[in-house]
Every structure is written in C-alpha cells, then in structure tokens.
Ligand binder design. Structure first.
Ligand SMILES: C[S@@+](CC[C@H](N)C(=O)[O-])C[C@H]1O[C@@H](n2cnc3c(N)ncnc32)[C@H](O)[C@@H]1O
Length: 263
C-alpha cells in the first residue's frame, strides 16, 4: 500500500472504471432495501452520481440530496440529464450539513471505507434520518478479495508499485459493518453479500478502463515507460493466460441496512 490518498479527479474516468460496477451492485442493493416511493433520500459520498441515478430511475424519491467532497465528481453528476432535480452539495460524511431528521433514507454506496472515521459517518447518517427511516451501505469486500480489480492490485504489488487503498478497508468486513450499525443504535439490522460480474471486450478495454480511473490509474501514472510496458504484459498474461479472448471480472460487496429507532 502507498500512503497517497485515492484522488477522484475525473468523473468520466471514474464512471467507466467504477460507475459501471457501482450500478451493477447498487441495483441489487436497491432491490434488497425495497424502499417505498415518495421518500426523502440522502446519497452520502454520491461521487459522480452513479448510484444516485439508480435512485432516480427506480425509487421515485420525493427529494434527493447527494453529498461528496470531490468537486470533480460533483461536476460530472450535476451535468447528468437525469440528475437535474438532485441537490448536490460539497460535504463530508463525518459532518453532514443538515438538521436532525431531515431524511427518510441515507445510503453510502462504495463509500464507507473512504471515510476516515466510519463510526462518525454512520452516526451522522443516523442523526439526519428520521425515526423509522433506513440507514444502509454497501462496500466491496476488500479484505476477502471482493474488489473487482483485485487482480490489477495484486499485479501492481507484484511489480513493486502497489495502488493506493481507501483508508478504512476493515469497515467492509460484514462483522465490522454489523458492529458499526449496532453501535450507532440502529435496529432490525440485516446484512447480505452481493455478487456482480462485468465483461470486457478484450485486454485493451480493461487497460483503458483502469488507466482512466483512480487508484490503479494513479499507480500507473507514476511509472516509467519501461515499467508500464512490463506491468502491462504481466497483467495481460494474468488476465488472458490462454491468449486473446473477452475478459470477465467479478466483484463481491457486503451490504447492510438498519432502522433508526424512536428517540
Ligand atoms: C468509490 S466512490 C463511490 C461513489 C458513488 N457513491 C458510487 O457508488 O459510484 C467513493 C466516493 O467517496 C467520496 N468520499 C471520500 N471521502 C469521503 C468523505 N469523508 N465523506 C463523503 N464522501 C467521501 C469520494 O470523493 C468518492 O466520490
């Protein structure tokens, strides 16, 4: 692991790298939460709006606010035609700029492991969601091999150029998520694993996807031309050991939801 933080500086590059995955897992998470229409939603760490888009398309929200500290991500979300009615605010999950009980649902989609103090982030979601409302999250099972680009991370480590990692990866463990939700006072806590798969046309499709995204893209950008070509060939050999063919990658996320009790 390198100590540089993951930078979210390109909403379009993020969309190809992670937005596609976010929507695959997010759809399963939304189906599982099964929200009623007409709710006041908060999308915490909304990024470029990948999951926000699903809420608009499938959950008939009464209102929808997305917060994120990355202006580049928010700029991409704000220009999305489907998201014109969404209120996007630059803010931190650990200090939400909203009064108590302002929402019916708060969700973190692929965010909890980016929050330096996850317990503070969960406590903030509980504070701003009204009693009987829902607080939910899903996160890649980072320590159990669920990150969809795990093979890319392992190959970067093999060439001595590990990718930057989120600061709180332990929070993606199911038992840690359960503890966080219980400690925050949520009731009716439920968890589940979500499995998703994505196909890439060929190796160049994977390569261009990771180059434009955060994390692996940052690690590759710091390499010399010679290092890049050695890494590229090693990754190709690992992804296509039998020669050129479509590539399929899988991800596994842990999801959790709980209900805000009466206060
Ligand atoms: C992997 S992206 C997920 C974005 C989006 N929710 C999705 O599903 O695609 C993680 C996001 O968390 C945001 N983030 C990082 N630290 C945060 C914090 N302290 N509070 C809120 N969001 C944060 C990043 O800016 C980034 O947009």
């Amino acid at each position: 692991m390198i100590d540089k933080p993951i930078r979210f500086t390109d909403g379009a590059g993020y969309d190809r790298f992670m937005g596609v995955w976010s929507r695959l897992a997010g759809q399963k998470c939304l189906d599982w939460i099964a929200p009623k229409p007409g709710q006041r939603w908060l999308d915490v760490g909304c990024g470029n709006g990948a999951f926000t888009q699903l809420i608009v398309e499938h959950s008939e929200p009464f209102s929808l606010v997305g917060i994120d500290p990355s202006e580049a991500q928010l700029a991409f979300a704000r220009q999305h035609p489907l998201l014109r009615s969404v209120d996007f605010v630059n803010a931190d999950a650990m200090a939400l700029p909203f009064p108590d009980d302002a929402f019916d649902l708060a969700v973190m989609s692929l965010v909890i492991f980016f929050v330096p103090e996850p317990a503070k982030g969960v406590a903030e979601m509980v504070r701003v969601v009204a009693p009987a409302g829902t607080v939910a999250a899903y996160a890649w099972d980072m320590e159990g091999g669920g990150f969809p680009y795990q093979i890319v991370s392992e190959t970067l480590s093999a060439v001595g150029r590990p990718a930057p990692m989120p600061p709180s990866i332990e929070s993606s463990r199911l038992e840690v998520l359960g503890d966080l939700w219980a400690t925050a006072g949520l009731s009716d806590i439920q968890t589940r694993a979500i499995e998703v798969k994505r196909s890439f046309a060929d190796f160049d499709d994977v390569w261009n996807t990771i180059l434009g995204g955060p994390s692996a893209g940052q690690a590759i950008a710091a390499m010399s031309e010679e290092e890049i070509s050695g890494f590229r060939e090693l990754l190709r050999a690992r992804l296509q050991p039998a020669g050129n063919c479509p590539i399929s990658l899988s991800g596994r996320a842990h999801a959790i939801q709980g209900t805000v009790p009466d206060r």
